[in-house]
Design a protein around this ligand. Sequence first.
Ligand code: F6R
Length: 369
Amino acid sequence: EKGGWSSFMAKEISEEPEAVAKTLLGRLVDHKVRLPELDSLGEGTLENIDRIVIVACGTAAYAGMLGKYAIEKWSRIPVDVELAHEFRYRDPILTERTLVVSISQSGETMDTLLAVRHALEQGAKTLSICNTQGATIPRDSHAVLYTHAGPEVAVASTKAFVAQITALYLLGLRIGEARGTLSAEQIAENAAELLAIPEKIDEVLVASQSIGQLAHWMTDTQSVLFLGRNVGFPVALEGALKLKELAYIHAEGFAAGELKHGPIALIEPGQVVFVIVPSPRDPNSLHPKVVSNIQEIRARGARVIAIAEKGDAAVLPFADEVIPIPLAGSLFEPLLAVVPLHIFGMELAAAKGLDVDQPRNLAKSVTVE
Ligand code: F6R
């Protein structure tokens, strides 16, 4: 039931804090990662794998890209992320030391299921990250790590996305723990970051209340671009996908560093560009690079909407609008930065009078190839 909400999507976005909290529940205890459900992968699997392949479609694949950043950083195992439908048909290299992690909210996506079955035939280990108890993909996999976002009714995925990222980060910490690539202190630090996320998303929900107005003046907009770097890149892709599917607007997400390699030619006066700005405290020092990207597009007339850390004074002179997010470690910023983009997609669709929960031509679970 929708309760008092105008749409299931509005309700589900409001449940993003809870989706993260419930996915963490009972899994971070005494600074240790408890994921007994991984035991069915077989003893020694986490220590012995030499490669991870994440397979998924759509939004779930963007969660997978974020999983790659975290898992590689924490466990030093190479991670590839592939769209399930591309993976399946190119005879991918898989061995018994490959862990194939599928991500699917519904657990029924045919493309993802076929990728998992192919991995099983090749002798790889398979782990399903899934939001639906007893669905086909988890049943066919060696192990399942459930996300606990609760049932998602709106066709566009929102709360399941943040829950998927949470589950992937737990997996990354667990593998880092098993392989000794993370110290107990590092695990405790990252666990604390994760546990703080639900409250921070609550703050973002409050700070995002002005997005409705922003959407209102954009109902005639023909094209919106999204720029992000590092973990901001999958967030940009997610923001663009939501606009396409909900508001039927041409939208594209780019890696900000790619701008000068082509996409900057698209910038003309009035072009709306969302920019996901890394924290000025970012250890990779990406902040000045993204700020200079903003200056470049602003000089060509772009309307810049920046999603930036609260108190980031460097973006203020160059952005038409700033949506502030609370301070968090770099890897954790996507869990906050994506929330205003989910809201924006929904608000723009609503402002255009479209059905937010049931966009045209789409189904909640895609059970055909
Ligand atoms: C986008 C969206 C889709 C799904 C994709 C995978 O908002 O909902 O891109 O993420 O179809 O679906 P699942 O996760 O059920 O496999």
